[in-house]
Design a protein around this ligand. Sequence first.
Ligand SMILES: C[S@@+](CC[C@H](N)C(=O)[O-])C[C@H]1O[C@@H](n2cnc3c(N)ncnc32)[C@H](O)[C@@H]1O
Length: 280
Amino acid sequence: MTSTSWTGAIAAAAARLAEAGVPSPRVDAELLAAHVSGLRRGQLLAADAPGEDHLAAFADLVERRLGREPLQHLTGSAAFRYGELAVGPGVFVPRPETELLVDWALEHLPEGGTVIDACSGSGAIAHAIATERPDSRVWAVEADPDAFEWLESNLQGTGAVPVLADAVAPGTLAELDGQVDLVVANPPYVPMDMEVAPEVDFDPSGAVYADEAGLSVIQPLALRAARWLAPGGWYGFEHDDTHGRAAPEILGVSGFTEVADHDDLAGRSRFTTGKLGLSP
Ligand SMILES: C[S@@+](CC[C@H](N)C(=O)[O-])C[C@H]1O[C@@H](n2cnc3c(N)ncnc32)[C@H](O)[C@@H]1O
């Protein structure tokens, strides 16, 4: 028998997580308790005291979180817009700021439109577009075979088509050249020498970092997007906050007009968009 309540266990865990510098310690502790108990966060306050097995499982997950394993790896899922993506080792954990790129994408997607999510990872963007706009036809391109396994399973039942390929290779989805209405991408873009949060070490490095000051995928992908798109089609991609000038310049020299850069909710330069010019 144990008399430790969930409230007490969560408070103790939150204090340890806070002391270790884990961001949002209370929420993390509650979400881990909810994961272990099978209860919703709001039910934990009034729940019966957990059994020894649940307390032990909770303690184990809290230790791992103290080691800065991402919360989403511990629960096995990441919330993104209205959906949940399965995530774990081998795939990038979707970030909330990418939801803003999806907002923009949905505003620029015509009825029955064709979409390519060019660096799809877990499929967060493709999943959101395919489920929120079931009239669209969505392709999701991912180059890493490990990430592709997560992508395939996350896109099941959405109608979006996973494609294991290098998005910047000219042959990839070449059958769609000149016909796509919207290309979206959250490519790897962190410059190699950038300091990152400890959790980022659990993402595959090829999902996070890019050579050439973070632009080695962004640059060729702009040209590939220009080939996929129909004249007047839109391209939007996420970038590092140090790319607020370089990213729009790249679109400007790749055939795009109406180029704009957009901030995230923290006011940092986060994604760039442009419309493919009507004639070369
Ligand atoms: C930052 S993650 C983004 C994942 C997902 N779109 C999201 O927003 O959460 C970048 C993804 O692009 C993939 N990737 C990197 N280079 C690629 C390329 N040339 N072609 C296709 N995928 C690529 C990586 O393996 C990784 O899964």
